[in-house]
Structures are given as C-alpha cells and as structure tokens.
Design a binder for this molecule. Structure first.
Ligand code: GDP
Ligand code: MG
Length: 680
C-alpha cells in the first residue's frame, strides 16, 4: 500500500464542520456494531436526516473493499458524509461493522462497510458474507473499491469478496431473474495512467466472468449470466497525494454521476431501487440483518411482507389515533342527546383524512398487505362512527317528535284552525327534517340505513296525530251535542205539552231533523280532520247515541213526577173545569157532574199509556239504534228498546193513583160548589 502522509483535507474533518452547522442532517450512525448487533436507533436517525417521508425518493449505496483503501475518504468526498478516516499516525482499522450516513443535500443513505481483509487475516469470513448479503438486499449500488495494483490479482481479497457477492446474490435474487438488478461500480484507486482504464476494465470483467463461471449454481439457474443480475461500471481515480488536483477533479466528476438525475451516466437507475419506502427502511434492514445473523435463508418477499405488515399497522395506528381524537369531540354531545349540526360532514372528513393519511404512506408497501390493512382500518373507522350516526338518528327522532307535538299544540291554539291542515303540515315538516338530518349524517361507502328509524318515527307521529284527532273529535262531538240539545229543547217541550196521540210524531220529527243537521256538521268537519271511515262510523254512532240520550233526558225532564202530574192535572182541569169553549164551568145541581167527571178522568188517564212509551203514530218516524254498541266515549252499556219506555207499569199505576186522588179532590170540590150554590 502506498504510504500517505499528512492528509489534512479528509472527509472526517469536513464532516465535523458540517455537522456543527446543519443539525442532524449529516450525522452518522453505526447500524451494526462490533458485536454484530443492529442499532435500535436507525428509524429515529432516518427521521433526523429528514428522509422519513421521502417515500421511494431516496437511494442506498454501499462500499466494499479491503481495509485502508480510502473507502471512507471516497464516500466523504462523493456524498459529503462524515465517516471516520484512518488516522495516519495510528494506522488502525477505523470502520467496524457497518456505518450509515445521509449524503449532504442528497436523499442518499450511504453505507460504509467494514474492510474485508478477514480472508487474508484468516478471520471473520463470516462477517464478510453477512455484510454482503445485507448490502445486496438493501443497496442499489455497490462500490467496489480497489487499488490499481490489485487489478488482475485473481486470488486477491477482492475477488474472494466478489465471489461471495455473486453467490449471495444468486440465493437472494436468483429466482426473480432480472427484476432485481444491482450496479457494481468498480473504483480503481491510485490510477497512475500507464494502463488505460479500458484495459483494467477488460481484465476485471474477464476475472468476474471467470468467477461467475466457477460458481456452483443450482441446476435451474445454470444458464444465467452475470449480466442477468448485475450492471457493471468502471472508473478510475488518480493518486490522491501525487496527483491531488486531478484526484479532486475526478472525484467531482464522479460525484456528478450520483447527483445529476437524467444526465448521461447517471448511476442511480430506477431498476436498481429495492422499493422499500423510506419510512420502512429501518424495520426492513433490521429484519434482514436478523435473518442474516441467524443464518436463515433470506426470503426477500417474506421480508417485504413482514415489513408491510409492520409498517401498515403503524401507519394505520397513527391515522386511527388522530381520527379517534376527532371523533371523540362529538361523542359527548351525541350521547347527551344533542343533534350535532353537520355531523355527517365532520365524519366524512375525519374518515377521508384518515384514509388519505393511511394511503399516502401505506400504499407504497406490499399491495396485498396494504389492501388488507386498509380494510381493517376502514372497519375500525366505521365502527367508531356508527354509534355516532345511530346516536344522531336517535336524537333526531326525539327532537323531531317533540317539535311535532309542539307544532300541533301551537296550531290548535285559538278557534280558527283547520285541524287536518295543522296535522298535515306538522307531519310533513317532521318527516322532512328527519330525512334531511339523517341523509346529512350518512357516510358514503358504509351500509348504514336510516329508513327504519324514519318508519318508527312516522309511526309515533301517526300515534300522536291519532290521539290529537281523537281529542279533537271528542271536543267536536261535545259541541255538536250541546247545539243539538239546544235545538230540540223547545220543540220537544211544546210537543209534550200538547198531549195528543201523535205527540211522539212531533218529538221524533224534531229529533230526526236536528240529528240530520248534526251529522252533516260532523261529516263536514271530519273531512278536514282526515278521519278514517271507521272513525266516522264510530263517531256518528256516538253522536246518534248522544242525541238520543239528550232527547231522553229532555223527555225525562218533561215527564218527571211533578211535571207529568201537572200535565195530567192541567189536561183534566181543561176538560172538567172548562167547557168546550174554554169557559170556566159553574156547576148547577141539574148538571151531570158524574158523567163529565168520568169523561174528563178517562180522557186524562188515557194519557198515561201515551206518555209511558215513545211510540209515534206514523211508524216511518220510529227511530232505532243498535243496542250492542258501547259508547266509546262513555263506555256505558246501551239498551235501545229500554230507552223507549218512559215509565214502567208500576210507575204508570202509581201515577194513575196519584192522579185519581187529585181528580177525586176536584170532584168533591165540584160537588161542594153545587151544594153551596143550593144553600145560597
Ligand atoms: P478505509 O479504511 O478504506 O476507509 O480508508 P480511509 O478512507 O480511512 O483511508 C485510509 C488512508 O488512506 C488514509 O490515511 C487516507 O488519507 C489515505 N487515502 C485515502 N484516499 C487515498 C487515495 O486515493 N490514495 C492514497 N494513496 N491514499 C489515500
Ligand atoms: Mg473506513
């Protein structure tokens, strides 16, 4: 190895200077330490580098080569990293394990891998193989760093390393063929220039082919070429000390090929990308290392799926946490029975936001896992929203019903309302308010329904309306009944005062006419009430019953004991004490008092059976009501034929006897008056 002295412009110093200025962005981290342990801090470090949200917009590069061949120096120059460089004065290996650093102002994760001279030292070939596996599974470009004088040393450490790399690659990507390409970039150091690069390149390529051919390949991969898996690129750098200016210039040129996207010779081709989203790199690499460490077969598809599961769960959890926070804000008001204005819009926003958050980060992972976890997330979201939706419906239902009742009460205030219209309007408004509210609360993509709740609301509204209508009908029937009583009062009295055989005809005529009018009044009103046919039938029956009972009450009043006795007395007096011209009689002795008395008495007694039963002469006037119906408003049994009887047999006899006594008194008085006139 050439002795290099007094190198003061190494990346180590530069790195420390930069570090002080831009916090975190060029910090390095030992991802695998001397004990071969993977760091728990990579994920945090990727965050500190500002790469967590880079998605696929980042690259990974690793370096390979013997110890102290200027690898760290090169990386620091190319990427502005801060890897340790060997201190000339102490001459010891500086890079232990694997270090990683973010490229300065580049979305590149650079891995500095421990020098691989184990083969020469006869130690730790194990780590060599493991770090090769690890680097291949995660890097797009492997920089193979070697001195010019190492080229052609087929037995040298580098070639041993490359053999390892090829073997490992076949294991990893053998089956997937060309879908996973990696670039091997050979950087020939201390190129003096005597041998042109093309020659060095040819020598190296030939060596590589030889190694490839000598690999023990599985039979199914026997025909695979090196070029099926690797792209090769070669470059040379002048001597860092002897040709310092040219060295620096060439490094700058090489750096451009890592930086300038889309330019000729750009090295990070998309085909090399391992398609691990930046926020999953730490988990992925740790998983890979664990597999490598335990000497398990490295199954990349499984690793990617595991990674996807882990990350999709994490991303989902983050989205869910934020979502739950939002949803919680409306939980209380809904539970307290409030109808939350714009709840649907809120829920839709929370849900879309959560899904968008999930999609943004998770969609980069394994499609199947992403979709499965998305369905899980969606189910979680909806199971949180569903109680809010149902609560909102319940609260809507309650408030709509209350409003409906209030509106009916309001509408029925005063006298000039149309009951049917009031109910119809309130009903329509209630259904509309509920439907609008329910539709607002609906979230697209769910299977939520509100129609059932509407039906139950409608039913309750109908029940309230029915009750109101019943009350109103009751009120109306009472009013009609009152008017009816007024109408029949005088005519019935008149008829019953003129006790004639067709007395009941008059009474029933009045009854029928008034009832007809009442029924017409009822029907006119009932139309606007939206009463059912059934209700009309029942109301009319009630009305007729009430009317009949009102008539009976009037008749009872007119046939109460003192009244009927009075009527009989008057009737008798009119016939016995007055002559046919209505002139008061003065009895003379020759008058036939007995005959006159008997006639008047018999005629009067005829009235008792007339009054005792409602019975018109004209049978067409006979009225009848069904007896079986029970008045729904009074719940009393009703026996129509019994109501035709004004007084019973016993009562009739009692009245007759009472009247006879009265009549006898008149007779005696008449007799006395003749005696008195004789005596004068
Ligand atoms: P590493 O072990 O491969 O990472 O090598 P380092 O980067 O730590 O460098 C080891 C020594 O080689 C240091 O003293 C560097 O100054 C020196 N060095 C770095 N690059 C070159 C180079 O291109 N040519 C020569 N001759 N020396 C170099
Ligand atoms: Mg080093």
């Amino acid at each position: 190895k050439p002795a290099v002295n007094g190198d003061l412009t190494n990346g180590h110093l530069n790195g420390h200077l930069t570090n002080g200025i831009s916090s975190g962005s060029t910090e390095r981290i030992q991802i695998i330490d001397d004990e071969k342990e993977f760091t728990p801090d990579l994920s945090t470090q990727i965050g500190r580098w500002g790469l967590r949200d880079a998605g696929f917009d980042y690259n990974v590069v690793a370096v390979f080569g013997s110890q102290s061949t200027g690898k760290s120096t090169l990386l620091n120059r190319l990427f502005g990293t801060t890897f340790d460089v060997m201190d000339e004065t102490r001459r010891q290996q500086t890079t232990k394990g694997i270090w990683m650093c973010r490229g300065k102002d580049m979305n590149v994760m650079v891995m500095d891998v421990e020098g691989t001279d184990g083969r020469e030292r006869g130690e730790d070939q194990d780590f060599e193989r493991k770090s090769a596996l690890f680097s291949l599974a995660s890097s797009e470009i492997l920089i193979v760093n070697l001195w010019e004088h190492q080229v052609g040393l087929y037995q040298g450490a580098n070639m041993g390393l490359l053999k390892t790399v090829f073997e490992v690659n076949l294991g990893l990507f053998g089956q997937s063929g060309t879908s996973n390409r990696t670039l091997l970039l050979f950087v020939i150091r201390d190129h003096i220039g005597q041998t042109p690069l093309a020659n060095l390149q040819a020598t190296l390529t030939a060596d590589l082919m030889r190694i490839w051919d000598s690999l023990a390949k599985p039979t199914e991969l026997r025909d695979r070429q090196l070029s099926d898996y690797f792209d090769l690129a070669f470059t040379a750098l002048p001597h860092k000390i002897l040709a310092a200016d040219r060295f620096e210039a060439e490094v700058v040129n090489l750096r451009k090929r890592f930086v300038n996207k889309g330019e000729e010779g750009y090295l990070f081709k998309p085909a090399y990308h391992k398609r691990i989203p930046a926020d999953g790199v730490a988990f992925y690499m740790e998983g890979i290392w664990e597999q490598v460490q335990t000497n398990k077969d490295l199954d990349l598809p499984t690793q990617q799926e595991l990674l996807a599961q882990f990350r999709c769960d994490e991303i989902s959890a983050v989205a869910l946490t934020e979502f739950n926070e939002q949803a919680k804000s409306q939980k209380r008001p809904v539970e307290a029975g409030r109808v939350v204005e714009g709840l649907g819009a809120m829920m839709r926003n929370w849900r879309t936001d959560a899904l968008n958050r999930y999609d943004r980060d998770a969609s980069r992972y394994h499609k199947g896992v992403y979709a499965r976890k998305r369905a899980d997330l969606l189910a979680s979201l909806d199971s949180t929203l569903s109680p809010l939706f149902l609560g909102q419906l319940k609260n809507l239902h309650k408030t709509c019903l209350v409003t409906f009742k209030d509106e009916i009460l309001d509408g029925l205030r005063g006298d000039s309302y149309d009951f049917g219209e009031v109910v119809h309007k309130a009903q329509g408004k209630c259904v509309r308010t509920f439907s609008d509210g329910a539709q607002e609360a609906l979230v697209e993509g769910t299977e939520w329904v509100w129609e059932d709740e509407l039906e139950s609301l409608k039913e309750e509204v109908r029940a309230v309306a029915d009750q109101c209508r019943k009350d109103e009908t009751k009120k109306m029937i009472n009013l009609i009944e009152k008017n009816f009583k007024k109408q029949i009062s005088e005519p019935v009295e008149l008829s019953l005062n003129k006790a004639k055989p067709d007395m009941w005809d008059g009474v029933l005529k009045v009854f029928r006419e008034s009832l007809e009018k009442s029924e017409a009044t009822y029907l006119a009103k009932a139309k606007s009430f939206n009463c059912t046919e059934e209700e009309n039938v029942s109301s009319l029956a009630t009305l007729r019953r009430r009317a009949w009972q009102a008539l009976r009450a009037k008749i009872d009043e007119q046939t109460a004991d003192p009244v009927i006795i009075g009527k009989l007395r008057t009737h008798f007096e009119e016939r016995f004490r007055y002559d046919d011209e209505g002139v008061p009689r003065v009895w003379k002795p020759e008058d036939d008092i007995d005959t006159a008395f008997k006639k008047a008495k018999d005629e009067t007694l005829d009235l008792v059976p007339l009054f005792s039963k409602i019975s018109p002469v004209d049978s067409a006037l006979e009225y009848s009501l069904p007896s079986d119906t029970v008045d729904p408003l009074s719940n009393e049994e009703f026996d129509f034929p019994a109501t035709l009887v004004v007084f019973t047999e016993t009562k009739a006899i009692e009245l007759t006897n009472k009247f006879r006594r009265d009549a006898d008194a008149y007779y005696v008085e008449a007799k006395r008056s003749t005696v008195a006139s004789i005596a004068q």
